[in-house]
Design a protein around this ligand. Structure first.
Ligand SMILES: Nc1ncnc2c1ncn2[C@@H]1O[C@H](COP(=O)(O)OP(=O)(O)OP(=O)(O)O)[C@@H](O)[C@H]1O
Ligand SMILES: [Mg+2]
Length: 275
């Protein structure tokens, strides 16, 4: 009998690769390095957690990926590779093509991200207006569909509302709908539930998890909340003073942290909160 060779299929799941990312500010007397030699990768469909104390460089790292760091008074080095392009050196025009299309962002306080004078519908459609050639009616239909997908009852009414007419939780749902409307490959969520009360927090987390499963979007999830990170992320990166001190599989790190700082963080989580 002929022996068939075993085929080992190597599927490349890597979506984004950050290599030696270093970010320096030059807006004071002397330069300040806020992120230094940070390297990690994000796979398709992965939920990657980013934890660490305030000021450790989490948001700066995320904003670099989203292309939202100012170009002036800042020096960035290293590479952020997405679809064979380096996002750090990509011309502004090409970066705009990706923003809100392939890579979307949601923040802690949706009120600051939403325009108070503009109806919700118009804001949810923004990314369609920028990136898709659609009729006004098709845009509206799609916006309503996504408002429903984030479980906003009465999506038609919300479409016509202004941000101040919604609750904090509803506004964050609106942000998720606008972030997801173009089916991005990456969603950056920077403390998306910190400003919400506990019950609403849990609902938004649940929604993000379901969005990840259903649409396969990879999520870079930034949070102070370690028990939350331990529950929802596949892998985790721990940052301290602009450096990565530990990274790997979430369950393994929570079961047996290697780094002293990670040990301290995990020891500080109230036991009842751990799964
Ligand atoms: N304009 C600036 N000039 C100099 N340093 C800055 C500037 N903006 C931010 N930083 C510094 O960059 C560092 C990293 O900030 P970053 O916002 O990434 O922290 P973070 O980990 O997201 O913190 P938090 O958990 O509080 O959101 C901080 O030490 C902050 O003080
Ligand atoms: Mg931050």
């Amino acid at each position: 009998m002929v022996q068939l060779p075993v085929l080992i299929l190597q599927v490349n799941n890597m979506l984004l690769e950050v290599k030696d990312l270093t970010i320096e500010f030059h807006d004071h007397d002397r330069p300040e390095t806020v992120v230094e030699n940070v390297s990690f990768s994000l796979d398709k469909g992965e939920i990657l957690g980013l934890v660490g104390e305030s000021g450790s460089g989490k948001s700066m790292t995320a904003m670099a990926i989203a292309g939202l760091l100012p170009r002036k008074k800042m020096k960035k080095s290293g590479e952020i590779i997405f679809e064979e392009k380096n996002l750090l050196t990509l011309p502004r025009h090409d970066l705009r093509e990706l923003q809100g299309d392939e890579i979307a962002v949601i923040f802690q306080e949706p009120m600051t991200a939403l325009n108070p004078t503009m109806r919700i519908g118009r804001q949810v459609e923004e990314a369609l207006l920028l990136h898709r050639d659609m009729t006004a009616q098709d845009r509206k239909n799609r916006a309503i569909k996504y408002l429903k997908a984030v479980e906003l009852d009465d999506a038609e009414r919300i479409y016509e509302s202004y941000p101040h007419e919604l609750s904090g939780g509803q506004r964050q749902r609106v942000m998720i709908a606008s972030a997801m409307i173009n089916r991005p490959k990456i969603l950056i969520a920077d403390e998306p539930t910190t400003a919400l009360d506990v019950t609403v927090q849990a609902q938004i987390i649940d929604l993000l998890q379901r969005t990840n499963k259903k649409l396969g979007v990879a999520i870079l999830f930034i949070s102070h909340d370690l028990s939350l990170i331990s529950r929802i992320t596949h892998n985790v990166i721990v940052m301290q003073n602009g450096h990565i001190v530990e990274k790997g599989n979430t369950d393994e790190i929570f079961a047996a942290p290697k780094n002293d700082y990670t040990k301290k963080l995990i020891a500080a989580i109230p036991k009842v909160e751990l799964k």
